[in-house]
Each structure stands twice: as structure tokens, then as C-alpha cells.
Design a protein around this ligand. Structure first.
Ligand SMILES: Cc1cc2nc3c(=O)[nH]c(=O)nc-3n(C[C@H](O)[C@H](O)[C@H](O)COP(=O)(O)OP(=O)(O)OC[C@H]3O[C@@H](n4cnc5c(N)ncnc54)[C@H](O)[C@@H]3O)c2cc1C
Length: 460
């Protein structure tokens, strides 16, 4: 029994069915979960579309003069087409693997039974018994008190991904990755964007020089930032706009008027739909379900995967856990033993990270050696009219083992995969440095950073 059809749940269901386990997947909303319907896919679709318009408009130095008109409703329709194609794909993959699909909301009755309430009036409910269950109920956006999402004045990321028009002025609360990705898209499409953030920089959790490249580019797109301020209250103005008041650490208020306000301050796990009392399972203080290396909860035959099982709340982490849970339920000796899980931010430019930073390697007792290659020295980056950013590799000086990488620049989300593989394979810097990379590609910057760590860079 798999509860929730997002990346954690549908992967668990397909893998379970592949292994010959009789598998039922219960989904209450849409197959593909947040990722396909309201997260990764629609946001990346809009980012690509906005990039085409923006790049065309700003390519005068390449001898291109254009002023593309953007039909936001048309763009949203195209994005919805991509989403529909993928969600149908998930449904048909599940069916062809032999997964029994049930629509409704599942709630535990006891340790062997769930009740499924089917959506819609008069649809009733039924019970299903199970031997193993995988909880994959995901997460939802956190609401700032007083800023309940209404889809009009106060938007969640889900609302922002379904806009039919580009707001003239947009106030964004929160400069985490979702706030920054959506701010960038809407600024490129012509909105005047102001971002307020409680902390003192964008993208908390990323090193300051990495976040700084993204902030500076965002500023050059016209995005204004106000740091050290928290959204406090809002009111509707007579002209239909909103006035949001923030306060700083000294309780000093500042007012912002905007057409709409997007609140993107993080996400919280969804556990309240499940009737966890019936199985004696309590979330941790953070609201997550604690799991072991096989994704098992404290109840031996009940697993939890994806956002509901803790950070990092990322789709590929959910999928990896979903596979392990299904394999463990099928009696395979599976375990989560990844050395590192990559993360990407699809801002302009992108960020890709994996493994340890230099400071983390130091804290972990390594003697870190670092190699960097600036994008301005990459021929391929220049042919893309990109100069900002860098590739940084972190390795252990004693063994030369690659420990991590931070990449900020064009295609960083793709480039990071090479370093993820290096870490997983136990590769050394010399393995990356000694691998012939295609010219001219951005991936040469990864090779060059490995050489730089040995003091053998050719192009810097
Ligand atoms: C704007 C945005 C952009 C993002 N971009 C990225 C990105 O670029 N890369 C990335 O890796 N991650 C990204 N994420 C995060 C990613 O979407 C999540 O990490 C991922 O969807 C988690 O998968 P999941 O299976 O745990 O949960 P979800 O995808 O949230 O799926 C959970 C499913 O469970 C269902 N459900 C809940 N309760 C019940 C119940 N009781 N009964 C039946 N069904 C139930 C829900 O309807 C939902 O479909 C983004 C998120 C957002 C919001």
C-alpha cells in the first residue's frame, strides 16, 4: 500500500510491482504529486519559456534585436500541456507495471488497514488491508500567520505557477530557492519584483559567494531586495492592490504596495491526513516521520519516503527513498547508502551542489584542498554570453578523494552530476583531471577545477 503518488510514492509503487509485490497506490489529488503538478516541472517549464523571451530581448551584443511579446495565458497553457503529458505518463507507467490505482484520501484504521475516502459527494469510502505501507504524503507550503493563501492577493508557489497575467508589481516574501526561482521568472517576464527576506542574504544554506552571484544577477534584472525584514501584516487597498507591512529586528515597520504578494517561506510535511494515532506513530518536533536506512518508520512494516521523511525536500531524494522502501518491503537487502545527494537551484545563473563545502570538510576532520575555475575563463561560457560564476571542487588533501562541489553558472544543475558520480565512485581529483572532456563544453570547467586543486590548471 503506497499513500501518495508524488515522486516518492509512484516510484515506490512501480518498483514494488516490478518486484512482484501486489501494489496499490492511493492518490487524492493528481499523479506526480507536487513535483509534476505544482513544483519542479511547471516551474522549470516557465523558467525555460521566460529565458527564451528574456534572452532574445537582451542579445543586442550578439547582434540580435528583438522585443518578444509574451502571452502569459499562452505560456501557462503550454506549461500545463507539459504537466499533463508527464502526469499521464506516470499513471500509465504505474498501470503497465501492474500497480492498482485508487483515487481518494487514505487514513490508517489500524496497523494493517487503511480507509480510503473517495473524492466527490456520495463517493463513499472503502478499506484496504496491507502487509507493508509506504507513506509518501509529501509537503505543503508554510503559511505566514495572517497571510493565508487566497490565490488572488496572497499567492503560494502553486498559485504563482498558474498566473494568467504577469503582475505589474510583485512582492515576494522569502528568498529561498522557490522565492528566487519564481522572482527571476516573473522579473524576466516584466514584473517589478521586490523580495523581502528575514535573513541577511538570498538562498540561506548556500555559501555567500555562491549566493552572491545569483543575487547580483537578480539585481541586474531589476529585482529589489530588503533583508532583515519579516512580513507582519497586510491589507487590501481600494485600488485592488495589497499593502504589506514588514518589521525589522528593532520592530521598525516598512510598507510595500504591490499588485500581489507571493509567500515562499518554506514547506512543511503533510502528516495530518493520515490518522497516525491509529498506528501509534508520532512525527518528530519538526513534523517529519523519522526513518532508518531502509526508510522504515518506528513501525517495522510501515515506511516513509520523500518530503514527509525529512530534508532535503527534493524530488530525486524522494525517488531514491521510494525505490529502497519498495525493495525492502519486497525482502531485498536494499539500503540508503548514498554518499551525497545533489541539489540544484534553477535561478539565473543556476546553482548545483553536491557533497561537502570546504568548511564542512574541515568540520568533518578532512584536510580540504580546493580547486576553482571561473566561468569567465571557459570558452563555452563566453560563447553563451555568460561570464559569471565558477566551479569549485573540494577534495581531501591526503587521499585526493573528491568530497564535494559547488557550481554556480550556466547549466550548473547538469554539470553537478559528474561530481555526484565521482563522489559515489570514490573518484580522486586526478580521475576528473585525467578524463578528457569534450571541447568546447562547460564540463571542461569541472576538469580544470580538478587540475587547479593540484596547481596544474592550464586555462587560469
Ligand atoms: C515551486 C517548487 C519547485 C520545486 N522545484 C524542485 C526542483 O527543481 N527539484 C527538486 O528536486 N525538487 C523541487 N521541488 C520539491 C519537490 O516538488 C518535492 O521534493 C517532491 O515533490 C517530494 O515528493 P514526495 O513524493 O515526497 O511528495 P509530493 O510530491 O508532495 O506528493 C505527495 C502526494 O501525496 C498525496 N497525498 C497526501 N496525503 C494523502 C493521503 N492521505 N491520501 C492520498 N494521497 C495523499 C498528495 O496529493 C500528493 O500528490 C519543488 C517544489 C516546489 C513547490
Amino acid at each position: 500500500m503506497v499513500i501518495g503518488g508524488g515522486p516518492g510514492g509512484y516510484v515506490a509503487a512501480i518498483r514494488g510491482a516490478q518486484l512482484g509485490v501486489e501494489t496499490t497506490l492511493v492518490e487524492r489529488d493528481a499523479y506526480g504529486g507536487t513535483c509534476l503538478n505544482h513544483g519542479c516541472i511547471p516551474s522549470k517549464a516557465l523558467i525555460s519559456a521566460a529565458d527564451i523571451a528574456h534572452d532574445a530581448k537582451t542579445a543586442e551584443s550578439m547582434g540580435i534585436f528583438a522585443d518578444p511579446a509574451v502571452d502569459m495565458a499562452g505560456m501557462t497553457e503550454w506549461k500545463d500541456g507539459v504537466v499533463t503529458r508527464l502526469t499521464r505518463g506516470v499513471e500509465s507507467l504505474c498501470k503497465s507495471a501492474g500497480v492498482n490505482l485508487v483515487e481518494g484520501t487514505a487514513e490508517f484504521v489500524d496497523e494493517e488497514t487503511v480507509r480510503v475516502a473517495h473524492g466527490g459527494e456520495g463517493q463513499g469510502s472503502g478499506t484496504i488491508t496491507f502487509e507493508h505501507a509506504v507513506i509518501a504524503t509529501g509537503s505543503r507550503p508554510i503559511e505566514v500567520p495572517g497571510f493565508e493563501f487566497d490565490g488572488e492577493a496572497i499567492l503560494s508557489s502553486r498559485d504563482a505557477l498558474a498566473l494568467e497575467t504577469v503582475p505589474e508589481e510583485l512582492l515576494v516574501v522569502g528568498a529561498g530557492y522557490i522565492g528566487m526561482e519564481l522572482s527571476t521568472v516573473l522579473a524576466k517576464l516584466g514584473a517589478n519584483v521586490t523580495v523581502v527576506e528575514m535573513l541577511d542574504d538570498v538562498l540561506p544554506g548556500y555559501e555567500s559567494d555562491v549566493a552572491g552571484v545569483v543575487r547580483e544577477r537578480a539585481e541586474s534584472l531589476g529585482i529589489d531586495f530588503a533583508f532583515g525584514e519579516a512580513a507582519n501584516e497586510w491589507e487590501a487597498l481600494d485600488d485592488g492592490r495589497v499593502r504589506v507591512t514588514t518589521v525589522d529586528a528593532d520592530d521598525e515597520p516598512t510598507e510595500y504596495n504591490a499588485e500581489r504578494c507571493l509567500v515562499a517561506v518554506g514547506r512543511e510535511p503533510v502528516t495530518d491526513t493520515l490518522g497516525l494515532n491509529a498506528i501509534g506513530l508520532d512525527p518528530t518536533d519538526d513534523g517529519f516521520l523519522a526513518t532508518d536506512e531502509q526508510a522504515r518508520t518506528d513501525v517495522e512494516h510501515i515506511f516513509a519516503v520523500g518530503d514527509v521523511a525529512g530534508e532535503p525536500m527534493l524530488a530525486h531524494k524522494a525517488m531514491a527513498e521510494g525505490e529502497v522502501a519498495a525493495e525492502a518491503a519486497a525482502g531485498e537487502p536494499a539500503a540508503l547508502d548514498q554518499q551525497a545527494i545533489p541539489a540544484a537551484v534553477f535561478t539565473d545563473p543556476e546553482i548545483g551542489t553536491v557533497g561537502m563545502t570546504e568548511a564542512e570538510a574541515d568540520d568533518a576532520g578532512f584536510d580540504p584542498v580546493v580547486g576553482e575555475m571561473p566561468m569567465r575563463a571557459s570558452g563555452r561560457a563566453l560563447t553563451l554570453s555568460e561570464r559569471e560564476g565558477f566551479v569549485r571542487l573540494v577534495a581531501d588533501a591526503e587521499t585526493d578523494f573528491v568530497l564535494g562541489a559547488q557550481i554556480v553558472g550556466p547549466e550548473a544543475a547538469e554539470l553537478i552530476a559528474e561530481v555526484g558520480l565521482a563522489i559515489e565512485m570514490g573518484a580522486r581529483l586526478e580521475d576528473i583531471a585525467g578524463t578528457v572532456h569534450t571541447h568546447p563544453t562547460l564540463s571542461e570547467a569541472v576538469q580544470e577545477a580538478a587540475k587547479a586543486a593540484h596547481g596544474e590548471a592550464i586555462h587560469t
